[in-house]
Design a protein around this ligand. Sequence first.
Ligand code: E4P
Length: 217
Amino acid sequence: MKIFIDSGNLQDIRSLVPLGIIDGITTNPSLLAKESGDPRQLLKEICTLVRGPVSAEVVATDTDGMVREGRELAAIDKHIVVKVPFGKEGLKACRTLTGEGHRVNVTLVFSPSQALLAAKVGASYVSPFVGRLDDISTSGMELVGQIVEIFQNYEFGTEVLVASTRHALHIVEAARMGADICTCPPAVIESLFKHPLTDIGLERFLKDWEKAQAARR
Ligand code: E4P
């Protein structure tokens, strides 16, 4: 399963990319709004750091505006994937943009039928938001399982990009279900490296080694 960073923060991206586990980036208007400077310049810079897909979301709400903005975003760098919100306008924009050869990520997916419609219009990625569903006491991971199952029945070529992840368990469950990608906030990726037994184990190995060395002296 591919792991993307869900962030527009250059410092976070720079610190995680060298680990060799990062396959791409997702951003959204809220994430980019947190960063200073010109968002398009920032996206350009992100594309130089990660040689994988970088999702950049349109803010227009009508099809023509989304298509226009999508073309502009795609022109920033060949790694840009245009993100459009699910809905009639978004799906029409998705169809036009994919017809022009651009990759589109249909975002704000909260039901399996929405994912199915996005796949039908040629989306390269669908983004089910698991954490936001969990927040309203509905299982986000159950939705992912349903989408994976539906996509296995057909040959859409649309990848399931699990979004709005909040913790390591979301990532483990997504991988068990066969989701293609998990996009995670930097803190969630950092948490994948932490296990108290690993720390305790390493401390003990080093202590035992030191003790044996001292006894030999
Ligand atoms: C996905 O591409 C979105 O950027 C993101 O995962 C949303 O997550 P949130 O629910 O934590 O805002």
